[in-house]
Design a protein around this ligand. Structure first.
Ligand SMILES: *Cc1c(COP(=O)(O)O)cnc(C)c1O
Length: 488
């Protein structure tokens, strides 16, 4: 199953070409364009300049684009949930698992987003960035950070409570018990005042099924995340939080999936979350302050994908659903937060590869396919192998010769797996040659963050470009880095 809907096999030659940046701006970093020499340019730097400092394979992140996307998310949530319009405030937390370094975290924090983390190390990176942005002492009240995830340990929950993260999202009844214990420990250690409580949220399984692929759609019932609303388990867990003298039930959390291209699933989830909030209030007297509606807004990866809804469109739909839902239930309006990852960082980044080999494979009478090998693959982009994800690739170092026509190609990596596909189907210039550079757009989310060392490939670096300048967000891994980890 593909997480995009491109029916590529019978597409006429020409339909699967990569759109140029001016044809589909949503697919590319906002500063990407063809320079006077015909080569791609990003962040005011020509391809040759970029590659002189950052040889392929490499991710190139347009920092101005990242900044603008983070600022947009903060602004649309603040505007749509502006208290004067009868709402109660809105915020956007960047889902750090899409791609997190302290530089990325500082950038999104500076533009008004919080940061949602999914592990102890992601949380540590968020805390380091918060310290750098907000100054000394801020990390004892890390209200702009969140921690979620299933199977959290006492140690993980304790770290989050110690720093008083704004969104500690509990994922099971057992975690409710662990959080209460962590607060008792923090009180005993003098970190918390004797009557201070730990502020927690509860992750709901709403039964809403949305998103591109079974592995990334998370709202339906039979899976590892969340606590079921339908079975009553969620109400029970929330009652347990309210009953625990160590805890405060700050809010409810729902994340229905990823790569979602419509509003319907989100709106449906809002109804279920608000209904449960109402039921909790009826049974305990506590009306939760906040609901977190998770991430999941999709992006385009190829020219066949539709232009996705904008953050403003989604925020407006959510605000409408929250307003009418609360009116129907007769409840006060909660604060509302979202946790976008892919839509913040995905389109800001392209991967540059060098073509290292060309091979034509005969498929039958009159049919053949060009296999284009590049100097990367499933170690820097696992998504095609993991989800069957579709990407596209553009000749980046020059304009093609129009007389050479097009050829249907499959771009493959250099790993020892036949499933090591970078782009399954793409129409590339007929004069493509070894040494040419291909740009694969929309690799900023779940690209470098899922990178691995299969075949002992060193993980590529992520270069930032902005205003004609360039540096490293992450340096490329070296062989020495890998050897340093070996034991005796
Ligand atoms: C993955 C995830 C997100 C971000 O999802 P995107 O599709 O990248 O926007 C947000 N919240 C939670 C809980 C997640 O697991």
């Amino acid at each position: 199953m593909s997480d995009t809907t491109a029916p590529t096999d019978e597409a006429p030659l020409g339909d699967l070409g990569a759109p140029e940046p001016d044809e589909r701006p949503d697919l590319w970093p906002s500063t990407a364009r063809r320079g006077a020499d015909g080569a791609l340019e990003i962040g005011g730097r020509g391809l040759e300049e970029i590659l002189a400092q950052a040889p392929t394979p490499v991710f190139v992140l347009d920092e101005a684009d990242l900044r603008a996307r983070a600022a947009t998310w903060s602004a649309v949530m603040a505007e749509e949930f502006w208290p004067r319009y009868g709402m109660n405030g809105g915020e956007a937390y960047y889902a750090g698992k899409a791609f997190l370094t302290t530089r990325v975290a500082r950038t999104v924090l500076t533009e008004g987003m919080g940061i949602d983390t999914a592990s102890r190390v992601e949380l540590a990176v968020g805390l380091a960035a918060l310290q750098a942005v907000d100054g000394q002492g801020a990390t004892s009240r890390a209200t702009r950070l969140g921690l979620h995830g299933n199977g959290k340990t006492l140690a993980e929950i304790s770290v989050a409570l110690h720093h008083r993260v704004g969104h500690l999202v509990l994922d099971s009844l057992e975690e409710v018990g662990l959080a209460a214990q962590a607060v008792r420990d923090l009180r005993a250690a003098g970190v918390y005042a004797p009557d201070e409580t730990g502020s927690v949220m509860v992750r709901l399984t709403t039964g809403v099924h949305a998103g591109g692929h079974e592995h990334i759609s998370t709202g339906h019932e039979d899976q590892k995340f969340g606590i079921s609303v339908a079975t009553g388990a969620a109400l029970e867990a929330c009652r347990a939080v309210v009953a625990a003298p160590e805890l405060t039930l700050h809010g409810l959390h729902s994340h229905i999936g990823s790569q979602i291209l419509g509003h319907e699933g989100f709106v449906e989830a809002v109804g279920i979350v608000l209904r449960l909030r109402h039921d909790i209030a009826e049974s305990t007297g506590v009306l939760c302050e906040e609901i977190d509606l998770g991430g999941g807004l999709g992006i385009a990866y190829t020219g066949l994908d539709p232009v996705p809804p904008s953050p403003a469109d989604l925020a407006r739909a959510l605000a409408q659903a929250v307003r009418t839902g609360c009116q129907e239930l007769g409840d006060g309006v909660p604060r509302v937060s979202v946790e976008p990852g892919r839509s913040v960082v995905g389109p800001t980044t392209v991967t540059l590869y060098t073509v290292t080999g060309l091979k034509t494979v005969e498929l039958g009478p009159g049919a053949s396919r060009l296999y284009v090998s590049v100097d990367g693959g499933m170690s820097d982009n696992l998504r095609p192998a993991l989800y069957g994800s579709a990407y596209t690739a553009l000749l980046a170092n020059r304009r093609p010769d129009p007389a050479a026509g097009l050829v249907r190609a499959r771009v493959v990596g250099k790993h020892c797996e036949s499933g090591d596909v970078v782009v399954r189907d793409v129409d590339l210039p007929g004069d493509l040659a070894v040494g040419d550079v291909l740009a694969v757009p929309a690799t900023g989310a779940y690209g470098r963050s899922m990178a691995n060392n299969y075949n002992l490939f060193t993980r590529p670096g992520v270069a930032w470009v902005a205003d004609g300048e360039q540096g490293w967000v992450l340096r490329p891994e070296t062989i020495e880095d890998l050897l340093r980890l070996e034991g005796d």
